[in-house]
Design a protein around this ligand. Structure first.
Ligand code: SAM
Length: 284
């Protein structure tokens, strides 16, 4: 008997289901993400790990398969990952492996329990905060030349708000633990000479309506101003993400933000790339 997915997982599955047929609308965002991944890799980089790839609307796997020998796609959502590989050419399919049903937050089932019963003892919450720094056992650590997180971090963080809402006294702790756990996870997955590309949406037209209409040459100043005004998703201030990745003197290159139109909402997306050998060593 197959068990029902967790209530929080079901929210993510439904979001993927709703955007499954939106591939054309993702085209500008997909070109941006695919080009960044290709440019991040050097010719000796052969193994790519893509986290949170979902429907695959934001990556062109055919192009990536012409640059990498192995591409590992990781997501919670098995159906979404399956549709990513349906229709791939034989070459691209032979280079692609799936890690489906992987919880990259490592605390989804505990968040489900919190959703049902938000008031738990302090000790239970402390244990949960510490578990968010665990590493998923289903993916090889230290084996990947390039590790990419594609618009996943905002969804990991959102699981906290789906579970307990922003008003819960420990929601901020959980968000920080999930964020920092994710950054440590990226470092642990990358090999010693591997690179990290963290791509995340950080503010939307819900709180920054001008994002939809501002001209391309005003986009950077608009989003800088928004960040200066503390208008960004909780835990996802790009400057803080850069600082956290830069820990232990890893050099991090920030890319200019771009727009990602997703139905009625528009998101500003940023990308951070580690450009020196990894020294972020708070791996587990
Ligand atoms: C906004 S989507 C990214 C867009 C996606 N690349 C696409 O083209 O559809 C975020 C992805 O994160 C996945 N996700 C959310 N929570 C997760 C978790 N705890 N572990 C693994 N994946 C998760 C969702 O299933 C979804 O596919």
């Amino acid at each position: 008997m197959t068990s029902l997915p967790s209530p929080i997982a079901r929210v993510h599955f439904e979001r993927n289901r709703c955007t499954r047929s939106d591939r054309d609308a993702f085209s500008g965002h997909r070109s941006q993400v695919t080009e960044l991944i290709v440019n991040t890799a050097s010719p000796s980089h052969r193994r790519l790990c893509l986290l949170g790839v979902g429907n695959g609307n934001d990556v062109d796997l055919e192009i990536l398969a012409s640059h990498f020998d192995e591409i590992c796609l990781v997501d919670l959502d098995t159906a979404a990952l399956q549709q990513c590989v349906d229709g791939l050419s034989a070459t691209a399919a032979s280079r692609t492996t799936l890690r489906a049903g992987v919880d990259l937050s490592c605390i989804l089932s505990q968040l489900d329990l919190l959703h049902a019963e938000p008031s738990v003892p302090q000790q239970t919450m402390d244990a949960l905060v510490s578990m968010a720094r665990d590493l998923p056992s289903q993916i090889d650590l230290g084996q990947w030349d390039v590790v990419v997180s594609t618009c996943l971090l905002s969804q990991l963080v959102d699981s906290v708000f789906i579970a307990v809402g922003a008003g819960h006294p420990r929601s901020a702790d959980l968000v920080v633990a999930i964020r920092d756990g994710h950054l440590a996870q990226l470092a642990a997955l990358a090999g010693d000479c591997g690179k990290i590309l963290l791509i995340t949406d950080f503010v939307s037209s819900d709180t920054l309506p001008e994002l939809r209409h501002v001209s391309a040459d005003q986009l950077q100043s608009l989003v800088h101003q928004a960040v200066a005004n503390r208008n960004f998703f909780t835990g996802l201030n790009p400057a803080v993400l850069l600082h956290r990745l830069q820990k232990d003197s890893v050099l991090v290159k920030p890319y200019p933000a771009w727009r990602w139109n997703l139905g009625p909402r528009c998101f500003a997306v940023c990308a951070l790339e580690t450009v020196s050998g990894l020294t972020l060593r708070d791996k587990k």
